[in-house]
Design a protein around this ligand. Structure first.
Ligand code: BTN
Length: 315
């Protein structure tokens, strides 16, 4: 598995949060926390710049949410077309967010949390999270003829760590948000992947999640980022040019739901057997009353027999 941390970069420099020029007398005189140097920000930039010219790379020790931060910058900024792409990595998110307004909580060092933002103008947006999930899974778990995949994709935005019995546990998730009404739009692709066994709080230890250490005992967040970041950037450019089609076969090979009975949430909740996706990334569901098409908007799916989401958690 290509998850080990490459040698430390001589020029590594995470960008610390900007210090205010005026020092307030009532403010504590402590420097903001700085990120660990192991992220190899310069090396990340060298990999990304040929794919996303003009990109900036920032590593923060902590932030509320990398997605929120990059969305806010766009709001205060210019048109998406005039904004430079940005990779924002956080060692800790104080208020990480998942899909459907759920919180996404991790402990410092326990997960890889980052967002990649860029202007995009694809012909359609359907299936972008599946293209992203496929790129991430292929990078972390390269397809190997003969060996079963370790990472599956649970429509529409989850990575799952698979076990030999056909079951699995959530490994990570993708949160894609856009801003701006005109094309190109500013797209923020947020990725959270558990690296260490996930601790729900100081006392409760959850076995309901998977983590990269189960695939590679030496996995670290910086090494995982170095593994996924360039394939992710290339996938976004490929999706923009050609849509979901180039990812369809690779997604199908990791489609966790196909052939399983699932239930959708939302007002029009339905139960049926998952039957792959269409060209827009919508889930096809064979229900008693015929084939239904489920688009990802406000819907999530649950496998029959899957436990309900733990309160206050996104997973
Ligand atoms: C989900 O499982 O519902 C999606 C989880 C996405 C979490 C990532 S962590 C980096 C980025 N910033 C956030 O606040 N959320 C995404």
């Amino acid at each position: 598995m290509p998850l080990r941390q490459p040698a430390l970069q001589a020029h590594d420099a995470g960008t610390a949060p900007a210090l205010s020029a005026a020092v307030r007398m009532d403010a504590p005189r402590t420097a903001p926390p700085t990120p660990h140097p192991a992220w190899g920000a310069r090396e990340l930039w060298l990999r990304l710049a040929p794919v996303l010219p003009g990109i900036g790379v920032e590593v923060l020790a902590e932030v509320d949410s990398t997605n929120s931060e990059l969305l806010a910058r766009a709001r205060h900024g210019r048109r998406a077309a005039d904004l430079a792409p940005c990779l924002l990595v956080a060692e800790h998110q104080r208020a990480g967010r998942g899909r459907l307004g759920r919180p996404w909580r991790t402990l410092p060092g326990g997960a890889l949390t980052f967002s990649l933002a860029l202007p995009m103008a694809p012909r359609g947006w359907g299936g972008l999270s599946l293209a992203v999930g496929t790129a991430l899974a292929d990078a972390l778990d390269p397809p190997d003829d003969g060996a079963p995949s370790r990472i599956g994709i649970k429509w529409p935005n989850d990575l799952w760590l698979l076990d030999a019995r056909g079951g699995g546990r959530k490994l990570g998730g993708v949160l894609i948000e856009t801003s701006g009404a005109v094309v190109p739009r500013w797209v923020v692709v947020g990725v959270g992947i558990n690296v260490l066994p996930r601790q729900v709080d100081a006392t409760e230890f959850s076995t309901g999640y998977g983590c990269l250490r189960e695939i590679d005992p030496h996995a670290t967040a910086p090494a995982a980022l170095a593994t996924v970041v360039e394939p992710l950037a290339r996938a976004l450019r490929l999706f923009e040019a050609d849509g979901l089609a180039p990812f369809a076969a690779r997604f199908a090979a990791r489609d966790l739901l196909r052939g399983r009975t699932v239930t959708t949430s939302g007002a029009e909740g339905a139960t049926g057997v998952a039957d792959g996706i269409d060209e827009d990334g919508a889930l096809s569901l064979r229900c008693a009353d015929g084939l239904r098409r489920v688009s990802s908007g406000e819907v999530s799916v649950r496998l029959a027999g899957e436990r309900a989401t733990p309160a206050g958690s996104a997973c």
